[in-house]
Design a protein around this ligand. Structure first.
Ligand SMILES: CC(=O)c1nc(NC(=O)[C@H]2CNCCN2)sc1-c1cc(O)cc(O)c1
Length: 130
């Protein structure tokens, strides 16, 4: 009903704010768009669930997420995939792993800084009702 729609609109605004903060951070430029499988032909053999910041925004607009936790599960794919695909001691792998860890910490710090636990509880309760 009405207040559920209001809550979901507030959730989408919250999730866009988080995603846009990360999108604007130059350290995470490599995570803003889907990995280019032409440049990286073996990527989809290794990574089964690709994710990136622009895809998160698209998913938000398509009302894919009705709780913050559902959003975090997809957002965590971005940095986890980068760690999985970049295990080597080579300089490029190491550089991408450092950016992946920075993305993980920035994501969870922004959420902790802005998320009202009562709001997330209300979203989870709504999910149970559906
Ligand atoms: C984000 C990411 O996970 C990524 N990792 C890479 N690692 C490598 O190429 C390492 C893997 N280990 C062996 C030595 N090469 S390239 C790459 C990438 C990211 C883009 O946004 C676009 C794109 O074309 C490629």
């Amino acid at each position: 009903e009405e207040q559920e729609e209001d809550m979901q609109r507030e959730l989408r605004c919250f999730l866009r704010h988080i995603t846009e903060r990360l999108y604007l951070d130059r350290r995470f430029k490599t995570f803003t768009k889907p990995v280019d499988t032409v440049q990286v032909p073996d990527y989809l053999q290794v990574i089964k669930q690709p994710m990136d910041l622009s895809s998160l925004l698209t998913n938000i607009d398509k009302h894919k997420y009705i709780t913050v936790n559902e959003f975090v599960r997809d957002a965590d794919l971005i940095w986890n995939n980068a760690l999985t695909y970049n295990p080597d001691s080579a300089t490029l792998d190491r550089k991408i792993r450092h950016r992946a860890h920075a993305l993980k910490d920035a994501l969870h710090a922004i959420i902790r800084e802005h998320l009202d636990p009562e709001f997330e509880k209300a979203c989870e309760a709504m999910k149970e009702r559906r």
